[in-house]
Design a binder for this molecule. Structure first.
Ligand SMILES: *Cc1c(COP(=O)(O)O)cnc(C)c1O
Length: 370
């Protein structure tokens, strides 16, 4: 029987050769590869006025961005409950409180009316998550933030390669984890036009040692530098960076395959009344996940039907306010409804056109025959 995995990396000989090459140099810590990857990413994002800081993961990118935004113990940060737990932990890692907010039912985006009702004197920031690559309401977040004097940090983990994403001044956190649009094994980056944020990130990722990034890029060590704030070992190393560079070099292929798969779903599932699709911009989005909403309480049944046909699906995500650590004692009805109806379908580059036809015809036959 055919087997289709929900998610996968997309590595080949290019990545293997790049890693072998770096290993033979014996220089695997943060150095030239990271410097080059940061430069190539900046060019890729098309923002000459922005800087890129590569770190160990998107979780690290978020955590350090929160710290660099001067958010600390006791401060509150508005976060949509419908996200990977990473967004919540990144806030908590700073001693701040992630305040779970409800989301809109059509796209999983943070519900700003709900967010407004959770403002207190301690609210310092908002972290919109561009869930499944849906970003059409982002301008409203910046207006909201301006009205309430909040910082904005964008969790753009689902958006790498969407040309609309860096078209504003902000702080964007991207993920290069094993299954994201490009992967370093593990990795992430912050893209921002705020130079004062970048300056702090560059030291913070290397234990707060002032100027360490520049010296490492020159192949030097920092023997007598000062440290002025809390820092972490959350930098990216040369092995991860060289994998990322190889992935970036073939991104047009990755983008084409992910978009082809997403467009096949958009066409193939459009006529099924029990399925609601997310409003992704099918021209610019490079979908990392492809969730659908299954109505009439049939999500679990469909998931089992597909599993029996060898098709793996997922439920992204369990809302964070339902996790013991982040439960604030209130319900968030839209997020809970989405959680009961959402289903992620395979969309990664290793899902072939044949696989796509197979998945879509299985979904169609489920609704036709059962
Ligand atoms: C993957 C993901 C993250 C975390 O990325 P890592 O690189 O795995 O730390 C954060 N937020 C969202 C929405 C994600 O999907």
């Amino acid at each position: 029987m055919r087997k289709v995995k929900l998610s996968s990396a997309y590595f080949g000989k290019e990545e293997a050769d790049a890693v072998a090459q770096v290993l033979t140099t014996q220089v695997v810590n943060m150095g030239q590869e990271v410097k080059l990857f940061e430069e190539e990413l900046r060019e890729f994002f098309g923002r000459n006025d922005a800087q890129v800081t590569c770190v160990h993961s998107c979780t690290a990118a978020l955590q350090l961005s929160v710290q660099a935004s001067d958010i600390s113990i006791g401060d509150e940060v508005l976060v949509p409950t419908f996200t990977f737990v990473s967004t919540f932990q990144a806030v908590r890692a700073n001693g701040a409180v992630p305040v779970p907010c409800d989301v809109d039912l059509d796209d999983g985006f943070i519900d700003l009316n709900d967010a407004e009702s959770r403002l207190t004197g301690k609210t310092k920031a908002i972290i919109p998550v561009l869930f499944a690559g849906c970003s059409s309401k982002i301008d409203k977040v910046y207006q909201f933030a301006k009205a309430h004097n909040l910082k904005v940090i964008e969790d753009a983990a689902h958006c790498f390669g969407d040309e609309n994403i860096p078209n504003r001044d902000g702080i964007f956190c991207f993920s290069f984890d094993p299954i994201k649009n490009i992967s370093c094994g593990d990795g992430g980056c912050v893209l921002t036009t705020h130079t004062e944020i970048t300056e702090r990130l560059k030291d913070m990722r290397l234990l707060g040692v002032i100027g360490d990034t520049e010296r490492r890029f020159q192949g030097k060590r920092s023997w007598n530098s000062d440290v002025k704030e809390l820092g972490w070992r959350l930098h990216m190393n040369n092995i991860a960076a060289t994998i990322g560079r190889a992935q970036l070099a073939k991104f047009s292929e990755i983008k084409m395959l992910r978009q082809r798969n997403a467009n096949m779903y958009l066409t193939g599932l459009a006529s099924i009344p029990e399925i609601q699709l997310f409003p992704i911009n099918s021209k610019t989005a490079v979908p990392h996940i492809f969730p659908i909403i299954v109505k009439n309480g049939r999500r679990d049944e469909l998931q089992k039907y597909l599993a029996d046909a060898g098709i793996e699906t997922g439920i992204q995500y369990k809302p964070n306010h339902l996790l013991s650590y982040f439960d604030m004692g209130y319900a968030l009805p839209n997020a809970e409804k989405l959680y009961s109806e959402i289903l992620s379908l395979p969309v990664h580059p290793l899902v072939s056109e044949d696989d796509m036809v197979y998945i879509i015809s299985n979904i169609q036959s489920f609704f036709r025959n059962t």
